[in-house]
Design a protein around this ligand. Structure first.
Ligand code: CP3
Length: 349
């Protein structure tokens, strides 16, 4: 299919044109709640083997599109492929999440490579080219990376933690060493995102899952500043590049993030306060979100009510309907179908 001129409702919203029915996709839409994902995952072996096999990665990227006809596909990969390409040890243990070599002293940071080995990420670019070729031209293709702060939290601690204390502590005790980690992620993420655009991504999302654990001053320094450098670095080469930010948990710091970083849209979590978002965020950029992933597990009337709330709160402005964070593995597929049907039946005009 090469109807490259086909209108993509998702990109229309990012370009400032509200759609009467909001475009829709789900964070983590390719994943363990789908039996067809679990099947490919078992064939692939390890999680990184799945990410780095272009056939498998393209296949699982397209699975949720076939089932739900979403308005966007997100390339199947992970934010931790950047530390991997920087030569750090990255493993995913079943049921335990990611495991990395902790980068928790200035001495260790001294050994960090400046430049990633991008040949290691070539399979991601190849998967993007394949998805772009097979994807309906009306559906947008999203590339992504982790924000430097969030990627650094895993690099420093070596695993996920409830509040990212190890990275916060290192940023206070050894700000220069911590800045070196962040700067290295910034530079390599720019190259990585530009590679994804060349390979066929229409839009980029920067996941800052752990932005919400930072006090305001640290948020400016480690989330806003580095994200802005990535946005500027990408647009220096591709001036029209469309970029969505997701500083999860930023709360009242969100308007400042939007203004400073220059993103085209922000993903908001379910705790966002609607009138504040409408008045200070949606007046400038598109918003994406923000259904609670738990209500998608619960289903029933609670789900209908929560969907209607998101629509009532945000669909009069530029909205991309999504969850406030990733879909969880125990989510029934029938509930996703219920959500898609209800959003597509929206008659808000
Ligand atoms: O959205 C998508 O469908 C695209 C794929 C995607 C994955 N990870 C696949 C994945 C995306 C966009 C990510 C981003 C990611 N990875 C983030 C930021 C967004 C978020 O959800 O907060 C973070 C913090 C990571 C790091 C990471 N990867 C963790 C903490 C884990 C373990 C937790 C878990 O859910 O198991 C992963 C593994 C991972 N990444 C899985 C998937 C589908 C599960 C691995 C499996 O199939 O066994």
């Amino acid at each position: 299919m090469t109807h490259n001129t086909a209108v993509k409702p998702f990109l229309e919203v990012l370009s400032g044109r509200r759609q009467s029915v909001p475009p829709l996709w789900m964070m983590r839409q390719a994943g363990r709640y789908l039996p067809e994902y679990r099947e490919v995952r078992a064939k692939a072996g390890g999680f990184l083997d799945l990410c780095f096999n272009p056939d498998f990665a393209a296949e699982v990227t397209l699975q949720p599109i076939r089932r739900f006809n979403f308005d966007a596909a997100i390339i199947f990969s992970d934010i931790l492929v950047i530390p991997y390409a920087l030569g750090r040890s990255v493993r995913f243990e079943v049921g335990e999440g990611p495991r990395l070599d902790p980068l928790d002293t200035p001495d260790k940071v001294g050994t960090l490579a400046a430049k990633a080995d991008f040949t290691k990420l070539e399979p991601v670019f190849e998967a993007l080219r394949r998805v772009r070729r097979d994807l309906d031209p009306r559906i947008a293709l999203i590339g992504f990376c982790g924000a430097p702060w969030t990627v650094a939290t895993y690099m420093v601690a070596g695993h996920g933690t409830p509040d990212q204390a190890p990275a916060r502590m290192m940023a206070y005790r050894h700000p220069e060493a911590f800045a070196k980690i962040v700067d290295t992620i910034v530079e390599n993420s720019i190259t990585y995102l530009l590679g994804q655009l060349s390979a066929g991504a229409d839009v980029l999302q920067i996941f800052d899952t752990w932005a919400g654990v930072l006090p305001p001053r640290e948020f400016q320094r480690w989330s806003v500043g580095p994200t802005k450098r990535i946005v500027d670095g990408v647009r220096a080469k591709v001036p029209g590049a469309r970029i969505i930010g997701f500083p999860r948990g930023a709360g009242a710091l969100l308007p400042g993030y939007v203004e400073a970083t220059g993103v085209d849209a922000v993903s908001i979590d379910w705790a966002a306060e609607p009138s504040l978002i409408r008045a200070t965020v949606q007046n400038r950029v598109a918003v994406q979100g923000n259904l609670d992933p738990l209500v998608l597990i619960a289903g029933g009337e609670a789900l209908d009510r929560a969907i209607d709330d998101v629509l009532a709160n945000y669909a009069q402005g530029r909205l991309i309907f999504n969850l406030g964070h990733g879909i969880q593995p125990e989510t029934p597929i029938a509930h996703v179908e219920q959500m898609v049907k209800r959003v597509r039946a929206y008659e808000g005009n």
